[in-house]
Design a protein around this ligand. Structure first.
Ligand SMILES: Cc1ncc(COP(=O)(O)O)c(C=O)c1O
Length: 421
C-alpha cells in the first residue's frame, strides 16, 4: 500500500483544505457519510442561537417582517447562483418527496406532455413511491420502470428507446444513490425534448458535489434535498426549479396561503401567486432554513468548480486504493470507473458489508472510528464531501477495511441490522 505520507502531501497541496475547519470535526473520527447527512457548519451554531434566543425568544412575531419572510427568497437566490438559474425560477422549502408530487401532479394536469410516467430502477425509492401514487391518482395504467441488466449504470440506449416509444414525464436521479452513476443530463434533456417528453431531475446526490448549469444543460425541472453535500442539517428543506417558460401553465395542487398572491390579505378566495411563488404551500420552517443558509454560503465561497475538481481527484485516489488493496480481499467496486459518469461517492460491495461497517464504526485502539454508509444487501458507500474530506481519511479507511477483513475482526459483530443505516 502507498505510504500515508502520499495522502498527507495531497492534503497539504489542497487549495480547499482550510474549509474543513469551518465544520465541527471530532477527534479520532472519519466521516464518510456526507452523501447522506452533511457535517455541521460551525457558523450554523451562532445563527441558530440568535434565531432562537433573540428572534424567536424576544422579537417573536416581529421577526417575520424583520428577518423571516425574506429568508426563503434569499435562499432561492443563492441556489439560483449555484445552479445557474434566473431569479424567480427556484423556490425553497418542503421535502424532495413533496416537491416531486407537486410538480409532476401539475405537469400531468397541464396536459403539456403525454400522460405517461417513466423512471428507472436506479432511482431513489421515494421517487418511485410518489410516482406510483400519482399514477394511481391520474388513472395512468402504470409507471414504466426501466430495468437494466445491473444496478451500476443506466443503459442509455434502453432509456432513450423507452422515452421514444412512450413519451411523457420522466423522473431520474442525476446521480444515483446506489452506485453514484451520473447521467449525461444535457444529452438526455435534448432527447426528451425531441420526443415530446420532459425529465424531472432529482439532484439530491448531485447538488453541492458537481457543477450543474441549468441553462447550458437546458434543464426544465429539477429538485433536490439540501442535507447531503449542501450541509443544510437534518431534514433541511428541498428546492424546486422550474424553467420560466413552463411556470404559467402549472398550478400547485396544494393551494396553501403562502402560494397566494396576497397571503396576508386573508382573502377567502384562492388566487395563485405569479410565477413559481405559487408552489409555496404553508409557513416555512424557519429554524431549519436559517441553519441551511450556512451550508449554501460555504459552497458558494469555495466555488463548485473547485469542489468538483477536488472530488474527482479524491475519488480517483480512492479507486486506485480499492483496486490495489481491496479487490484482492473480495471487495468489488460498484460505481462507474469513468469519472464522466460518476458523482462523488464510491460504492463497494462485500458479502459481509454490514458487519464490516460495524467494525469500521467501532474503530479500534489505534484506528479512528470511521462512519461509512451501509445500503442493503451488501453495499458500503463512501461519500467524498470535498469541503471537509481529506486524502488522509480515504487512505485510513482503506487501510482499516483491509485490516478488518484480513484479521476477520468483523466476525465479532452481529449480522442484525439497525433502523437508520
Ligand atoms: C435521490 C433522493 N431523492 C429524495 C430523497 C429523500 O427526499 P426527502 O426525504 O427530502 O423527501 C433522497 C434521500 O436520501 C434521495 O437520495
Amino acid at each position: 500500500m502507498i505510504d500515508i505520507e502520499e495522502a498527507k502531501k495531497l492534503d497539504r497541496q489542497d487549495p480547499l483544505a482550510k474549509f474543513r475547519e469551518r465544520f465541527l470535526n471530532r477527534d479520532h473520527e472519519i466521516y464518510l457519510d456526507g452523501n447522506s447527512l452533511g457535517k455541521l457548519p460551525l457558523a450554523a451554531i451562532p445563527v441558530l442561537e440568535e434565531t432562537i434566543s433573540n428572534q424567536w425568544g424576544k422579537q417573536l412575531i416581529r421577526s417575520w417582517n424583520k428577518n423571516w419572510l425574506e429568508l426563503p427568497k434569499r435562499l432561492s437566490r443563492k441556489y439560483c447562483e449555484l445552479l445557474n438559474a434566473d431569479e424567480g425560477e427556484l423556490v425553497f422549502g418542503e421535502s424532495t418527496s413533496v416537491r416531486i408530487y407537486q410538480i409532476i401532479f401539475a405537469l400531468l394536469e397541464s396536459n403539456i406532455y403525454p400522460k405517461k410516467i417513466l423512471t428507472d430502477a436506479l432511482n431513489f425509492p421515494t421517487d418511485l413511491y410518489v410516482l406510483h401514487g400519482l399514477a394511481k391518482h391520474f388513472s395512468i395504467p402504470d409507471v414504466q420502470v426501466i430495468h437494466y441488466d445491473q444496478e451500476i449504470e443506466a443503459n442509455l440506449d434502453r432509456l432513450k428507446d423507452a422515452i421514444r416509444k412512450s413519451p411523457g414525464i420522466v423522473c431520474l436521479s442525476l446521480v444515483t444513490y446506489k452506485s453514484s452513476y451520473l447521467y449525461p443530463i444535457k444529452e438526455l434533456n435534448h432527447w426528451a425534448a425531441a420526443h415530446k417528453s420532459i425529465i424531472i431531475w432529482d439532484l439530491s446526490h448531485a447538488v453541492g458535489a458537481l457543477e450543474i448549469d441549468f441553462k447550458t444543460t437546458e434543464t426544465l425541472v429539477a429538485l433536490g434535498c439540501t442535507y447531503k453535500y449542501m450541509n443544510g442539517g437534518p431534514g433541511s428543506p428541498a428546492f424546486l426549479y422550474v424553467h420560466k417558460k413552463l411556470q404559467d401553465n402549472l398550478q400547485n395542487p396544494i393551494q396553501g396561503w403562502f402560494g397566494h398572491q396576497h397571503p396576508f390579505a386573508f382573502e377567502t378566495k384562492y388566487k395563485a401567486a405569479k410565477g413559481l411563488e405559487r408552489f409555496n404551500n404553508g409557513t416555512p420552517p424557519i429554524l431549519s432554513m436559517q441553519a441551511t443558509e450556512t451550508g449554501i454560503d460555504l459552497i458558494l465561497e469555495a466555488g463548485i468548480k473547485m469542489l468538483r475538481e477536488k472530488s474527482v481527484l479524491q475519488s480517483e485516489f480512492l479507486i486506485n486504493l480499492v483496486k490495489n488493496e481491496l479487490r484482492p480481499l473480495n471487495f468489488e467496486l460498484q460505481s462507474p470507473e469513468d469519472i464522466l459518469f460518476r458523482g462523488s461517492h464510491l460504492t463497494l460491495s462485500h458479502k459481509a458489508a454490514w458487519q464490516i461497517c460495524q467494525a469500521l464504526i467501532k474503530g479500534d485502539g489505534d484506528s479512528p472510528k470511521i462512519i461509512p454508509d451501509y445500503r442493503p444487501p451488501h453495499f458500503i458507500r463512501l461519500g467524498i464531501a470535498p469541503l471537509y474530506t481529506r486524502f488522509e481519511d480515504l487512505w485510513r479507511t482503506v487501510y482499516q477495511l483491509k485490516k478488518i477483513v484480513i484479521s476477520e475482526s468483523y466476525l465479532n459483530y452481529s449480522a442484525q441490522k439497525e433502523n437508520v443505516t
